[in-house]
Design a protein around this ligand. Structure first.
Ligand SMILES: Cc1cc2nc3c(=O)[nH]c(=O)nc-3n(C[C@H](O)[C@H](O)[C@H](O)COP(=O)(O)O)c2cc1C
Length: 245
């Protein structure tokens, strides 16, 4: 028997990882096992009880998957696609870096003159998509896109490298640029302006928090028999719905 019931309750990362490896071995060596079990025909294969651990709180599952991605992704596991849409509903999408996550949502920072920020202002909804290739996992987040407070943005900006702070001042993000020389002269201008002193957060640079209505977790299985669980926010918490892959 593989992936026994007893393992399901274990919370330490090693147990979770070896449990998942065992599930994958079963899924790839004996794909019929998972398929048949979903029809209730092979109760001796207990992997179904561990197919995807779905705690009541989706952030608990996100934190676990993110921690595992940090261990295995070769670069920037916090990179995430963010989709916004203009006032006519026409979408655009780009990568950003996740800078904070807690029970309120998922935070990224950007120039407020950028396309994404302009769209988030006229159409205050957005979606995020993480794809951790080394984990064969995807997480989708959909919800309201809400500006973070000035205090929160200031606190994050203060942690950035000085050159990154200067860069935030110098970049007219998403605007046409005459050439690299124009950008370099703006960098020189702001480097001179701030000298050795503090570099404050530009008034045109801040963050947004996607406050999800839905967080969907997807995990690869052989023969496209993938696992999908959608958490939907309700008045009192979250409901969990399993979806066809
Ligand atoms: C891995 C990665 C991370 C990025 N992180 C950010 C970010 O956190 N904030 C940001 O404004 N742009 C980030 N960028 C650049 C954006 O993808 C994009 O080019 C820029 O924000 C302008 O997008 P927009 O014109 O659609 O608003 C990142 C790009 C990559 C490839």
């Amino acid at each position: 028997m593989v992936g026994g019931v007893g393992h399901c309750g274990e919370s330490d990362e090693h147990a979770v990882r070896s449990q998942r490896d065992a599930r994958r071995r079963v899924a790839s060596d004996r794909p019929w096992a998972m398929f048949k079990h979903t029809r209730g025909q092979r109760p001796e294969i207990s992997i179904s009880l561990c197919l995807m651990d779905t705690p009541a709180d989706p952030y608990e599952l996100f934190d676990r998957w993110f921690a595992e991605a940090k261990e295995t992704e070769p670069r920037v596991p916090e990179a995430v696609a963010v989709a916004t849409a203009d006032s006519q509903g026409r979408p655009s999408v780009r990568q950003v870096l996740l800078k904070a996550v807690d029970s309120r949502g998922f935070v990224f920072y950007t120039n407020l003159g950028s396309r994404k920020a302009s769209e988030a202002v006229v159409n205050p909804f957005a979606a995020m998509n993480f794809h951790w290739k080394t984990q064969s996992r995807q997480v989708q987040v959909r919800g309201a896109c809400v500006p973070v407070s000035n205090e929160e943005a200031d606190a994050y900006f203060a942690t950035r490298a000085r050159a990154s702070k200067i860069g935030a001042w110098a970049s007219k993000q998403s605007q046409p640029m005459e050439g690299r020389g124009e950008f370099e002269s703006r960098i020189a201008k702001y480097t001179a302006r701030f000298g050795l002193g503090d570099v404050p957060r530009p008034p045109f640079w801040s963050g947004f928090r996607i406050e999800p209505d839905v967080i969907e977790f997807w995990e690869d299985r052989s023969f496209r028999l993938h696992l999908r669980h959608a958490y939907q926010r309700t008045e009192s918490g979250w409901t969990i719905t399993e979806l066809y892959p």
